[in-house]
Design a binder for this molecule. Structure first.
Ligand code: HEM
Length: 503
């Protein structure tokens, strides 16, 4: 065993030395100082990397180069550069890196991590058809009803608002992916994906796992000290596998029985294959569906939690939006998704929530599949390209007082679109769930504003308890747990909610 470990070590050192020599010959973008062999590894923080990358934007500019044990990383800190590379040169920037920890944890098959190629194209087509802006309209009634159930439930029990948000958003996405209606948090088709998405976020966070920089570590024996990642990955693999296959099998087996609610992504694909997809198509469908479910769960849940946080801290914004809703649609009915067109201030609140704190501050890394040059800099093939969306949306040269939550900063929809153009990612890999996510978020935001007052919590003496704005680390970032107080605006609003969920 010792002999194998030593020979692995020497091969690794030789490889890293070769890479280091090659990189000195290139005109690489600027970046933090690189040491022999380990490169810039020691500069990369383990948490909230977007904040450190943002500081580097000031020191090094809009393209920052890192070399982590021979693996080149390129951090993009400007929307202009991200668009010029990831959008305009998407033929060579649409691959995904191999992430050893994600692979060990069973996420390698997921559509979101698929290499750019025919398999990815096939899966993307299935998803894009089901979630195109025109197709998603068929899900509006579902999104509206679940938004009303959510608000009704939060009014009954405000202290569990964060869990209720996740449950309702999960109910919507699982319903449209597999045709299953989640009844409560114990439902295994809900609890398993919640765990799997959380693990995915940890497994894919850049800079977190040594095995991502030194893939050979995956061959180490499990008994060796420092290999706890192998145990973690084993546990996560089982969860990710069950999360992906169980609901698919349920949908396939119950397809004819009438238990499966239609339409849904898997049933549509199964019908197209007359119930019997080839093994290859079935695998593609399972991992595409699983990505849709995962992609639509925590990203939307984090966004809605940020909305609650922002509203609680900015009562004047809430009141302005409530007035707009009353003027545009009155108080005799609840807003619908079609009302978005007549509620510009609510639209600007949504854009500001997206800008203020993104669910995916660093997006998902792309991989450069050919050597490239940009403004006189060499960008090596194989680089992991990380768009620092957080910085792009907090650049004081673009957004004045960027840490402030201020929906009035948008003069028109074109300015709001500059935000949504970034937070859903880039080029051919841009999020295919954008229109659907937007519908879910608008349904919840407009229903909350029409019917509720979101207030700071109070202590026993009635004093307001100030809540911090802090965010968790990981590929999907959430507001750190906070309390809020939710009150119904009027008995009429409550009655409307009760009537609508009973229908
Ligand atoms: C607020 C909600 C959401 C946000 C902020 C968001 C953001 C993102 C981002 C940043 C990416 C990576 C894009 C890139 O690589 O450049 C992505 C990919 C993806 N998202 Fe979303 N997303 C959201 C909701 C959804 C929903 C509701 C669905 C499903 C209906 C979904 C499905 C996907 C899929 C399948 C991918 C992988 C695309 C690919 O690799 O080709 N997302 N999303």
């Amino acid at each position: 065993m010792l002999r194998i470990s030593l020979s692995l070590l020497f091969t690794l050192l030789g490889y890293m030395f070769f890479k280091a020599v090659m990189s000195t010959r290139k005109r690489l973008p600027p970046g933090p100082r690189r040491l022999p062999i380990i490169g810039s590894a020691y500069h990369i923080p383990k948490t909230q990397q977007w904040l450190t990358f943002s500081k580097w934007a000031r020191a090094y500019g809009s393209i920052v180069y890192l070399d982590v044990v021979g693996q080149p990383f390129i951090v993009l800190n400007s929307a202009k550069v991200a668009k010029e590379l990831l959008d305009q040169r998407s033929n060579i920037y649409s691959d995904r890196p191999t992430l050893p920890m994600a692979n060990l944890s069973g996420y390698g098959e997921l559509f979101i991590l698929q290499p750019y190629g025919d398999n990815w194209r096939k899966q993307r087509k299935v998803i894009a058809q089901d979630f195109s802006p025109s197709t998603v309209r068929r899900y509006y009634p579902l999104q509206e009803k679940e938004a009303r159930k959510l608000v009704h439930g939060i009014l009954d029990n405000p202290s569990t608002f964060a869990r209720q948000i996740r449950l309702r958003i999960g109910t919507v996405i699982i319903r449209v992916t597999y045709g299953h209606y989640v009844t409560d948090e114990e439902d295994r088709f809900f609890s398993a994906p919640v765990a799997a998405v959380h693990n995915f976020s940890q497994a894919t966070a850049p800079g977190t796992w040594a095995v991502d920089f030194i893939p050979m570590l995956k061959h180490l024996p499990e008994w060796m000290p420092g290999t706890s990642f192998l145990q973690i990955a084993k546990k996560w693999r089982e969860i990710s596998w069950n999360t992906s296959w169980d609901p698919y099998f349920w949908c396939k087996e119950n397809h004819e029985s009438g238990n499966v609610l239609l339409p849904n992504l898997c049933s549509t694909a199964l019908e197209a294959a007359e119930g019997w997809p080839s093994k290859e198509d079935e695998e593609a469908l399972v991992w595409a569906a699983s990505t849709v479910m995962g992609g639509g769960l925590d990203s939307n849940a984090s966004t809605v939690q940020t909305f609650f946080l922002a509203m609680m801290l900015h009562p004047t914004v809430q009141h302005k939006a409530q007035k707009e809703i009353e003027t545009a649609i009155g108080s005799d009915r609840l807003p619908t998704i079609e009302d978005k067109a007549v509620l510009p201030y609510v639209r600007s609140i949504m854009a500001e929530v997206f800008r203020w704190n993104q669910a995916a501050p660093l997006g998902i890394p792309h991989r450069l599949s050919h050597d490239d040059t940009y403004n006189g800099m060499d960008l090596p093939k194989g680089s992991l390209v990380i768009p620092n969306i957080w910085h792009m949306l907090h650049d004081p040269e673009v957004y004045s007082n960027p840490m402030d939550f201020d929906p009035d900063r948008y003069q028109n929809d074109a300015e709001m679109e500059k935000v949504t153009d970034l937070i859903f990612g880039f080029g051919r890999r841009a999020c295919p769930g954008k229109a659907f996510a937007d519908g879910t978020f608008f349904a919840i935001a407009s229903t909350v504003l029409a019917t509720c007052e979101i207030l700071l919590p109070v202590d026993v003496q009635g004093n307001k308890i100030v809540q911090d704005v802090a965010y968790t680390s990981g590929t999907i970032s959430f507001p750190s747990p906070f309390d809020c107080n939710v009150k119904c605006r009027s008995p009429k609003a409550h009655e409307l909610l009760t009537q609508n969920i009973a229908k």
